[in-house]
Design a protein around this ligand. Sequence first.
Ligand SMILES: CC(C)(COP(=O)(O)OP(=O)(O)OC[C@H]1O[C@@H](n2cnc3c(N)ncnc32)[C@H](O)[C@@H]1OP(=O)(O)O)[C@@H](O)C(=O)NCCC(=O)NCCS
Length: 157
Amino acid sequence: MSDHIQPSLSLLPRPASASASEQAHIVTVGNMNGANRLFGGLLFSWMDETAGVTARRHAGTHVTTATVESLRYLCPVVRNQVLMCEAKVIYTGKTSLEVLATAWLEDFDGTRTLAADGRFIFVALDENGNKVQVPPLLIETPEEQALFDAAVERRKK
Ligand SMILES: CC(C)(COP(=O)(O)OP(=O)(O)OC[C@H]1O[C@@H](n2cnc3c(N)ncnc32)[C@H](O)[C@@H]1OP(=O)(O)O)[C@@H](O)C(=O)NCCC(=O)NCCS
């Protein structure tokens, strides 16, 4: 891939709140694996899609998934449950950005249980597939600062 990096249209810092996204699913019989639980590969694709929407919103251009880190399936998900996938940007580099994706089981009373999480790293691309710069993340809260700092530390290893 070319190393010539084009700037995108707007590189003004953007808050995570501007690109955060959420996608709701009701788990159906067709989503099951042989053990009558939600097929993990399908949940992964739902999380990747939600994270990709967030990454596109932040970057303001095309993105491609470069890697996925620390994907965890934390509890079984069964038929007819409501699953909410959420995504928010936690780190931006020059052409890459990291999105924290979470999947929550939602009860009738609104109680949520974390079912899965993972960090999706995307690279921003122009229409020709060349890497482009991403707007920096505008950090608004101490929690966001902690997530950003942790991402920086991971990149030092
Ligand atoms: C991802 C891809 C665009 C990277 O291209 P590349 O020219 O090797 O990119 P670079 O090595 O210059 O890295 C670009 C950025 O991504 C980051 N990056 C790339 N691979 C990474 C990884 N495994 N982990 C963390 N960051 C990564 C780099 O740190 C760099 O970040 P920065 O610009 O913010 O500093 C390229 O490998 C590709 O197109 N892969 C296929 C992606 C795809 O098709 N995904 C869909 C699923 S199959």
